[in-house]
Design a protein around this ligand. Structure first.
Ligand code: ZN
Ligand code: ZN
Ligand code: FE
Length: 753
């Protein structure tokens, strides 16, 4: 017999960890106890050495569904425990641990709500320690019911019994509820019904638009096969052409409309349950759902409410975020009833409040790997472990970007990223951003010593940071993108510099011009521009972001080609550089090529729309089979140690416009362009490797949301014997920027110390 203390770190509180230990310890014949404390979970046991090893082994192999074990340490014990094993109650205020993200309904709860023999049959708010709301209902920590929006609901005797029973799946499930004691769903306007979700399902089938109060915010739903309803929703939402997310009852329904790989099925069915972008097949759904695209964003029911709502609907349902135009997703009931009530015919609501907005996450699988596009529900605020050297960094806040904003708290070598917040130009979103920083910093008791910001003088995130009165660390936009990629890939702090290739829309450059097609030699601490896309005029500044034809005009002019119709005003703006910044932007190049093929030429409703449609247009046969020689030529100026090498497009525009006049299909042209980009990027990397030593290339920036560009570039770089780092767990777009800012600022502060 011996005594041992087992220390477990990671996401181990509020996820049913103690009851799991309690059960396993008894199975292993050990006595002792288990408790939560400031460092995680502490287990004290007395028993045979082999049994102790067995317990640790079983714990690692079968942890509770929502737990994540970062570290298990076994130390000699000092206390001899009596027979039996017990769970020690948490002492308030001692717990300092990770906050669990919201989780989709688990298999057991799903079976219960569909089983007439269970007491939670058809109860829309069933949950347990393995599933249900977490972050979105937390007002304060430690995480217990009184500190959540479940506080007003008093447990009934049956629920209280489950809550106190270590053998029950609902032992210490803080959000536990049932029909007798928990939140209730209702429809507004009121419809008499003894099964609210079922009544709402009838409304959807009848072609009505229904606003639904989801886990982290209101959503707008309608029958996705009903083109009148979908068109009505699109008009009412004033959301020109952003694709609508879809929800379906099960994988069988989804498979009728899109291909689902093993990885994609696992994502859809996992506890994070994000929107997964799937390749569409057939044209069975109205074009207006995802105009110009060949993908659908699908998710499975995330809550019992959604499960019951969809159960008898044999088709996909639009389930888009409940907001108007660019405003944040609505979480308040009053706002939902007034604002969404105008869009929706009915509101399916309930009386469990949402404390923090958490949008639906969006993931796309590219080259067999999940790529985060929008990191929110299910993922945030899970911690991201930085490489070990970062443990010595001081506590920091990183303010993030302007569009797709997130912020990041860094402490003890761990990064906590906020969920996706949105575009700060919208005043309500900016309010949310500021509130979010206060809320999350409060929950984590996080007091930063400095704030990392983007160098852009106009970013509202940087303006907010300037008002905080803390030391500021400016991080160049594209350097932050690379650092985010290095950090999520665990690149050591002291590793050699990489070639970071960052392709995005716009970011403030070191020289005060706009960058967006950059080749930087970078480590965490510093970055040096080695090459870039040839800068081209952006006539009208931000107007050129909205109106792709302006970029086409400027590109053709720069290439010495005559645009179809001359435009004297634009000529004057470009020639005299009036309201016409120069930008080395890959995003604007994609816009220009899209416009040349008539895609969103006049206007795009959101940045990246034209590029996404251009990608959808690309002919698959040309991409896979056609000779590289038919890809458009891009020129590369000879790199040298002291100057910047440029990627030029004159020959590409000549070949591309000749293809158009020849009547070459636009699908082939789009494919040749994509291929040309990948080939040129790799040629540039090889040329730069002749000037500076690097063997690893990091890919970042929003343009890499383009699956063709990412796949082709990655494959060709590997063929050229470079190691390639790309994004998976944080977005390659500006949503990942705050992580990179935090990593750069930490590296600089540690170097200075
Ligand atoms: Zn459950
Ligand atoms: Zn109850
Ligand atoms: Fe960017």
């Amino acid at each position: 017999m011996q005594q041992a203390e087992i220390r477990v770190r990671g996401r181990v509180q509020g996820v049913g960890f103690r009851p799991t230990v309690w059960r396993l310890a008894q199975e292993c014949g050990l006595s002792g106890d288990v408790r939560n404390d400031a460092e995680g979970v502490l287990i004290r046991v007395t028993g045979e050495h082999a049994a102790i090893v067995d317990l640790v082994d079983r714990l690692k192999r079968t942890p509770p569904a929502l737990a994540r074990i970062d570290l298990v340490e076994i130390m000699p014990g000092t206390v001899s425990c009596d027979a039996g094993f017990r769970i020690v109650d948490s002492t308030k205020g001692s717990a300092r641990t990770e906050i669990t993200p919201d989780s989709a309904i688990c298999g057991e709860c799903a079976r219960e709500v569909l089983d007439p023999a269970q007491r939670r049959y058809r109860y829309p708010f069933a949950n347990c320690t393995h599933c249900g709301p977490r972050f979105s209902i937390i007002r304060a920590i430690p995480y217990d019911r009184a500190a959540t929006t479940m506080a007003p609901f008093r447990l009934c005797p049956a629920c209280a019994g489950e809550y106190r029973n270590p053998a029950d799946r609902r032992f210490h499930a803080e959000a536990i509820a049932c029909e007798a004691c928990g939140p209730q769903a209702r429809l507004v306007p009121h419809i008499p019904s003894n099964d609210v979700p079922d009544t709402a399902a009838c409304l959807l089938r009848d072609g009505h638009i229904v606003a639904v109060k989801g886990l982290g915010g209101y959503q707008l739903a309608c029958d996705a096969t009903n083109s009148t309803a979908v068109a009505r929703l699109r008009t009412a939402k004033r959301r020109n052409s952003k694709p609508f997310a879809l929800m379906a009852r099960d994988l069988d329904v989804i498979r009728r409309y899109g291909d689902v790989s093993t990885e994609e099925a696992a994502l859809l069915q996992g506890p994070c349950a994000p929107i997964v972008l799937l390749r569409a097949h057939g044209s069975l759904l109205p074009e207006v759902i995802a105009p110009g695209l060949r993908t659908f964003g699908f998710m499975l029911p995330t809550t019992p409410l959604h499960l019951l709502l969809l159960q008898h609907i044999d088709m996909p349902v639009v389930m888009t975020s409940g907001n108007l135009t660019d405003a944040p997703q609505i979480i308040g009931d009053d706002e939902a009833l007034t604002l969404l009530g105008r869009v929706a015919d009915f509101v399916l609501t309930h009386d469990r409040e949402i404390a923090t907005r958490v949008d639906d996450s969006v993931v796309r699988v590219v080259a067999g790997k999940a790529r985060m596009w929008r990191r929110a529900r299910g993922y945030a605020p899970s911690s991201i472990q930085l490489p070990p050297e970062f443990a010595a960094a001081p506590a920091l806040l990183a303010a993030g970007a302007q569009l797709k904003a997130t912020f990041c708290l860094l402490r003890d070598g761990v990064a906590i990223m906020s969920p996706h917040i949105g575009d700060l130009e919208d005043a309500r979103t900016f309010d949310d951003y500021r509130r979010g920083i206060t809320h999350l910093s409060g929950l984590y008791d996080h007091a930063p010593t400095a704030i990392a910001i983007d160098a852009h003088p106009e970013y509202l995130s940087a303006k907010y940071a300037r008002e905080c009165g803390l030391p500021l660390i400016e991080v160049q936009h594209h350097h932050a993108h690379i650092a985010a990629c290095l950090a999520e890939n665990g690149r050591p702090l002291t590793a050699a510099p990489v070639l970071g290739i960052v392709l995005d829309g716009l970011g403030w450059g070191d020289d005060g011009t706009i960058w967006g097609g950059e080749f930087l030699l970078a480590d965490y601490r510093s970055a040096r521009r080695m090459a870039a896309f040839q800068p081209v005029a952006m006539p009208g500044g931000t107007a050129a972001v909205r109106e792709p034809w302006r970029n086409l005009y400027a590109h053709l002019k720069a290439a010495g080609l005559q645009p179809d119709a001359s435009h004297p005003v634009l000529d004057a703006m470009i020639d005299n550089q009036v309201n016409t910044p120069m930008a080395s932007s890959c995003g604007r190049l994609f816009d220009a090529v899209a416009a040349a093929l008539g895609i969103c030429a006049e206007r795009q409703s959101h940045e990246g729309e034209a590029a996404a449609r251009l990608e959808a247009l690309a002919d698959a046969h040309t991409l896979s089979d056609e000779d590289d020689a038919l890809a458009y030529p891009l020129s590369i100026s000879t790199p040298s140690a002291g100057s910047i090498a440029w990627l030029g497009y004159q020959e590409m525009w000549q070949a591309l416009t000749a293809d158009i006049s020849r009547g070459t299909s636009f699908g082939v042209i789009a494919a040749r362009f994509h291929k040309a980009m990948a080939i040129a990027i790799v040629a540039m990397a090889r040329a730069l490797a002749g000037v500076e030593h690097f063997d690893t290339v990091a890919l970042s920036g929003g343009c890499f949301q383009n699956a063709i560009l990412l796949e082709q570039t990655e494959r060709r770089l590997r063929d050229a014997r470079f190691a390639v780092l790309a994004h998976s767990i944080v977005p390659c777009n500006d949503g990942g920027l705050s992580l990179g800012q935090a990593a750069v600022a930490a590296a600089r502060l540690m170097a200075a110390a």
